[in-house]
Design a protein around this ligand. Sequence first.
Ligand code: NAD
Length: 490
Amino acid sequence: MSLNINPVEAFDLVVFGITGDLAHRKILPALCHRFSIGQIPKETRIIGVARGEKSKEQFHAEMAEALDKHLPKGRCDDQCVKDFLDCFHYVKLDVLGEDGWQELKDLLNERPNPVRAFYLSVAPSLFAEISVRLGKSGIATEGSRIVLEKPFGHDLQSAKDLNARLKSCFDECQIYRIDHYLGKETVQNLMALRFANALFEPLWNSQHIDHVQITVAETLGIAGRGGYYDHAGAMRDMVQNHMMQVMCLIAMEPPARFDADSVRDEKLKVIKALDPLDIRNTVRGQYRAGNGGGSYREEAENPDSMTESAVALKAAISNWRWSGVPFYLRTGKRLRAHVSEIMIKFKEPPHNIFEQSRPAEGNALILRLQPGEGITLMMTIKEPGSGGMRFLRVPLDMSFAETLGGRTGVLGNAYERLIMDVIRGDQTLFMRGDEAEAAWAWVDPVIAAWQESGERPQPYDALGSGPEAALALMHRDGREWREIETEPDA
Ligand code: NAD
């Protein structure tokens, strides 16, 4: 298959927090790969900002080391990495201080590129401060873009405050709230599957769909990240952003056009159609010690922590299309496998003509976000051989890596795609401010209700299936979670 690469014009990307974990693990490798395939021109400038004093050589050496560690082997050869590093500049700047801003401005003005983007890969407590300073100092120009990492606020009020401060300096069309889930190939394929095929959309409603499951399971605990995580919890860290965004893409009406505001308007309508969450339809869990790791409370270094490391919930969307179709969401740390997937479970055929045996189960469409992005359709077929009609459930499987061969390597990861969208000025895959606020408005009351209840999240076994109560949440509706497995053949 031929490679389809649309080079962008040279741009200036200022990365605040260039020495941090996210910049090293995700942003730098993403940019380097796009450089290596010729999408990013060599006249581009990547301006790293951090507090330490470094010479250009020191800075380049640090960037080279980070790339060596985090760039998948074979992605770029040594010469390419060397050429890429020529794009790098460093400015020493404490964003809470006065020094360095003029130097940054002078550097940018030396060679004004048409596209100027600021990536805030720093603690969220610094977002407002940096954006206001960029705006007031004139460093951010009218066409500049600002990219914010998650979390976007801690609750509705803080998200509103942050939006207000951002909007005092930037228009909404300049603000890119990054949610890397939306950059995943399968998540975008959800839209292609639904709106570029005629097959599924007629079935995509309460007449044909029994329920939807969204699972984001991780094997890792929070060791080393307890400081952040224990103040957030699974609801804030995963549900309010990634999982709600995915739910919106599954549930939204077809937008009139595939442009940022048409898509985001439809996603917002889904959030607004969500019934308020009933605490009885939610489950919280905390992992126990075991399987080579400490308990949640030990890893959080907070023996009384009431923060959830897992959540399961049942959501209802009250609109014409989804009335009566539950959306079950679950996420957790220290679960059996590292897997993110969506399952659309279809209803069973209305009448069974096979008197002796029943077809195994209704069809299910499974969209795997990780590992190995792909789509599987579970079908019922006749078991081969004599002996009458017995049924088997088999997968029609499409792994993107297998089907698209070498192209998936070129497509790269979610960060690559999203950063290139920022440069192109395409906000379709970024959360709008009102979406973020509406999502907080939905999760806030249940977080408050949990706190009021004073109940401890239910302990669950490390590397198991999650809290017992999450299984019961399904069982009481006569349904089951799909097994948490890494292989897509369940
Ligand atoms: P980090 O602590 O590793 O890096 C923070 C960076 O900010 C460092 O480069 C540090 O030098 C810089 N910094 C801190 N205070 C500064 C100041 N006053 N002036 C200038 N620079 C300053 O953090 P991280 O893990 O890279 O996370 C960055 C952002 O990305 C956070 O908002 C985080 O929530 C978000 N995020 C991170 C990950 C991840 O995997 N690391 C995933 C999702 C979202």
